[in-house]
Design a protein around this ligand. Structure first.
Ligand code: MHO
Length: 258
């Protein structure tokens, strides 16, 4: 009698344990509670309808990403590789391409000419880079941009009274760089990155965010303090995140090395 009961009980127990294990592993240890994502920043909720694009190469792309990202009128920044012939370049296999930053801007707030001024001020164009990777290039996308680029190059040349090595070329293709290069300085900041990850669980949305572009700029030591004060509440940060950003900016702790 006892033996007759033990066998089915044992089978039952093993089946139950098996079912539990299968269910447990299928569910996965991380997915038990869906994380609640934070609402998107106010500054990202109304993107101007008419945007224009400027594409520049001026050395290592981390700093220009930050410099332009903290400029009023700039809506999005993106770093990538341009100018070469190799298909699908990557950072480790860049081929004959050059590190490039692409800027989407609101032409009612900033002009292409003003962006060119920032371009000249942000690097030394009279120094010729030995590496194709770090060349100075203006990639134009229209006749207007081409004309403005040539005019501003001649003006800058006579101001500096030096030869400028910057090339002015039509934009052929822009290959988006790996995620970890985008808004590089911000991605190094654990505290603020946590906040952005909960606002933007998707990397593509993070890259497109004006708030992320601005915060990346301020953390790198760029940007205007007045604009920071004015826009801060629109970046979607918590109180402590906002305080951390202000501290880093005001105490001049923010910097980027390339
Ligand atoms: N020397 C820098 C270059 C970075 S870059 C995006 C580094 O590897 O840390 O060209």
């Amino acid at each position: 009698m006892f033996k007759k009961l033990v066998t089915p009980m044992l089978i039952g127990a093993i089946t139950l344990i098996g079912a539990f294990l299968v269910l447990h592993y299928n569910r996965g240890p991380m997915n038990t509670v869906e994380p609640l994502s934070a609402p998107i920043p106010l500054i990202d909720s109304s993107i101007p309808a008419e945007l224009e694009t400027a594409t520049f190469a001026l050395g290592c792309f981390w700093a220009p990403d930050a410099r332009f990202g903290s400029t009023l009128g700039v809506v999005r920044t993106l770093v990538g590789y341009s100018g070469g012939t190799q298909a699908n370049p990557t950072y480790r296999s860049i081929g004959d391409h050059t590190e490039t930053v692409q800027i989407d801007y609101d032409p009612s707030k900033i002009s292409y000419g003003e962006l060119l001024n920032i371009f000249w001020e942000s690097h030394n164009p009279s120094h010729e880079s030995w590496y194709q990777q770090y060349k100075s290039i203006i990639f134009y996308e229209s006749e207007d941009q081409r004309t403005l680029a040539h005019e501003s190059k001649s003006m800058r040349e006579s101001e500096l009274n030096r030869m400028i090595y910057t090339e002015i070329r039509p934009l052929d293709r822009f290959y988006v760089a790996e995620g970890y290069h985008q808004k590089y300085r911000l991605q190094q900041d654990r505290e603020l990155m946590k906040e952005f990850e909960s606002m933007y669980p998707d990397m593509g949305d993070f890259i497109d965010s004006t708030a992320a572009a601005r915060v990346n700029g301020y953390l790198s030591g760029y940007g205007d303090p007045e604009m920071l004060q004015e826009e801060l509440s629109q970046y979607g940060l918590t109180e402590s995140g906002a305080e951390h950003l202000l501290d880093t900016f005001n105490e001049r702790k923010g910097s980027i090395y390339c």
